[in-house]
Design a binder for this molecule. Structure first.
Ligand SMILES: [Zn+2]
Ligand SMILES: [Zn+2]
Length: 239
């Protein structure tokens, strides 16, 4: 069936997800749109928080200096603004699988660009679990969908059963970092036997990091040695 994909792309050339011009790339974004996205190049080396130019040479954010997160490293492709908000919204609320495929490819490329990947490869990908009620409402977990591309191309298995979200934490919007941390406490629990030394959490948007931090804490408490976070976008600090 290997011939199907090239054949399909000749019959139905792909269109850029943002501007509808032709986009003959694996990520389904045209070169212009891709270059114009808010790439998160200047960010905290530990938590991927976008840093302002005024931050000088420091590559660790104030929050990580004061209290390092429970995860060991984080990659976030974009700053959560402009067209990225639109893309993530489409990923969550449109049934079209192309969004997950396109974003999954971008994440896969980012991960593959890490020189350390070969000797420090994660044992599994752990998409942030949705609460049952949210999953029923949406019909799919966007973090699982974007993980599929990475899993397939980099041969890293997806773990969807080890952790469950036992509490619905819908009301995160409008809460500050401290309130979010409190709100997330005990949101996850282990649900199955889990044996992994190095876990890569996959999330769509990391806002304050409260969710991924809570998940990382739980994993470390259960014997995971190394935890990373891979996300599409990271929200810049407000103001
Ligand atoms: Zn475009
Ligand atoms: Zn940081």
């Amino acid at each position: 069936m290997e011939f199907i994909q090239p054949l399909l792309s000749v019959l139905f050339p792909s269109r850029c997800l943002l501007c509808q011009h032709s986009a003959d790339t694996v990520v389904e974004l045209c070169a212009g749109c891709l270059a114009g996205l808010p790439h998160n190049t200047r960010c905290c080396q530990r938590c991927a928080l976008p840093l302002a130019v005024e931050a000088g040479k420091s590559l660790i954010c104030g929050r990580c200096i004061k209290q390092p997160p429970a995860f060991d490293y984080a990659y976030s492709l974009f700053s959560y603004q402009d067209e990225i908000i639109k893309l993530v919204h489409q990923l969550k609320f449109s049934e079209k699988i192309t969004y997950a495929r396109s974003i999954g490819e971008l994440l896969r490329m980012r991960l593959q660009a890490e020189a350390a990947l070969e000797k420090d490869k994660p044992d599994c990908l752990l998409p942030v679990p949705l609460h049952q009620s949210r999953l029923r409402q949406r019909g799919f977990n966007q973090s699982i969908e974007i993980s599929r591309v990475i899993s397939k191309k980099l041969a890293i298995p997806i773990e969807c059963h080890a952790v469950v979200r036992q509490r619905s934490t819908d009301a995160q919007t409008g809460l500050d970092a401290k309130q979010r941390r409190r709100n997330m406490k005990g949101a996850f629990k282990m649900a199955a036997e889990f044996n992994a030394g190095h876990v890569l959490i996959v999330d769509d948007v990391v806002t304050t990091g409260a969710t991924t931090n809570e998940l990382a804490k739980l994993l470390k408490k259960n014997g995971v040695r190394r935890v990373g976070v891979l996300s599409i976008a990271r929200a810049p600090v407000k103001g």
